[in-house]
Write a new protein. Structure first.
Length: 390
């Protein structure tokens, strides 16, 4: 397997040739690291009533109520939305009793990332993902590192006009093995994500959904055939945390994880450990017990270091020892692939074979130094290492 290129400069002319879109004159600098940083923007959204008709894309998963109201059936909030109003996410609007998404074809961020950044450690390691996001989210996490897009409405930030076909073409042009729907919450740009995934599959480019898992079962099940892998941010194993820190509910996320397991789709879990809020070892023990009993021992879980962000700047970064305790608990409970995240160079970044104990994937941050997996198995002892390797 090939590690990411050390440098992949994306210039404006090449971008325009691939996409065929006009981005105006506000193109921002592109880093030489190979990441596509805010590649350029077209016109801002107008106010909702002034958006041209072709900027409206019919939403899926809603039902009509009386008096031109609708009930959204995409996420567990099931917003009841009056005419000319929007749901909680701010990107879906009721217009004369029909529901529309306002962000279809309008990503506000696009970058090339190593797949390890998502993080997905058992999905095509060493490859790159073409990563996109739109405005909006159906949660309001107080620690959100991308709140400048997730907590804004589409008309409040700059965006690009890029079709699903163009997204897939760009991913192919820049030799990305996957398209990642990330940064904000891809559930809220569901229709765009699904169509991008369909176009990507035509070019043998997989799609990975980087999500909080706050989605209803029917839309999830209809999306999964188009996805190659999923990463779920499990915020906590306590409802109180979801109430106070995220503005959501725990049970629908657990239901999403169960649905993913039943589907056979590859997925991984990230648990951001926030000091004093969700780092109690008893909570970690309960979480690991649930994973073992409901999902099995081979689902990777990443215990990730928190850094002060957004509305939680009063808390310190997670002590590394807290992450190590969670890692050790997971090991003792029988989870085969726990990881420590956001601690560069830590031994807990590596993948160990549950059979012989050898390192089968050696990492330094987002960089792959060595892979010892042959045909999905440990090169030393032959024990199967679950994941998507080819």
């Amino acid at each position: 397997m090939r590690p990411p290129k050390s440098e992949s400069f994306i210039d404006r002319r090449r971008f325009l040739r691939v996409t065929g879109v006009c981005l105006g004159c506000s193109c921002l600098p592109v880093s030489s690291s190979g990441i596509l940083d805010e590649i350029g923007f077209g016109s801002r959204y107008a106010a909702a009533d002034d958006i041209p008709t072709d900027d409206h894309h019919r939403a899926e998963f809603y039902r009509k109520l009386d008096a031109r109201e609708i009930e959204c059936l995409l996420c567990p909030r099931k917003c009841q939305v009056g005419d000319k109003e929007r749901g909680y996410c701010g990107v879906r609007e009721n217009i004369d009793g029909e529901y529309y998404t306002l962000v279809y074809g309008h990503p506000c961020s696009a970058n090339i990332d190593p797949i390890e950044k998502k993080p997905l450690f058992h999905y095509l390691p060493g490859t790159q993902a073409f990563s996109i996001a739109t405005a909006g989210c159906n949660l309001n996490c107080k620690f959100c590192q991308n709140w400048q897009i997730s907590q804004f409405r589409p008309e409040q930030i700059q965006s690009m006009r890029i079709s699903p076909y163009q997204i897939a073409s760009m991913a192919a042009e820049y030799e990305c093995r996957s398209i990642a729907y990330t940064y904000s919450e891809p559930t809220i740009f569901y229709e765009y994500m699904k169509d991008c995934a369909i176009e990507g599959n035509k070019n043998a480019i997989g799609s990975v959904m980087i999500s909080a898992g706050f989605i209803e079962k029917e839309p999830l099940e209809k999306l999964l055939p188009h996805l190659a892998a999923v990463k779920i941010d499990l915020k906590s194993f306590r409802q109180q945390y979801y109430d106070e820190i995220c503005g959501g509910d725990l049970q629908p996320v657990l239901d999403t994880l169960a649905t993913l397991h039943e589907s056979g789709k590859w997925f991984e879990i990230v648990y951001l450990m926030v000091p004093t809020l969700n780092d109690d070892p008893r909570e970690i023990e309960d979480l690991c017990d649930w994973i073992i009993s409901r999902l099995g021992p081979d689902i990777p879980i990443h215990f990730t270091r928190f850094h002060p962000q957004y509305l939680l700047k009063n808390l310190p970064a997670t002590p590394v020892r807290s992450l190590e305790i969670a890692y050790e608990i997971a090991r003792k409970k029988g989870i085969n692939f726990p990881y420590i995240g956001n601690v560069y160079g830590h031994r807990g970044e590596n993948t160990f074979c549950p059979g012989c104990g050898r390192v089968v994937i050696e990492r330094q941050g987002f960089r792959i130094d060595r892979i010892s997996i042959d045909n999905g198995s440990c090169a030393e002892c032959g024990r199967q290492i679950p994941g998507v390797w080819t």
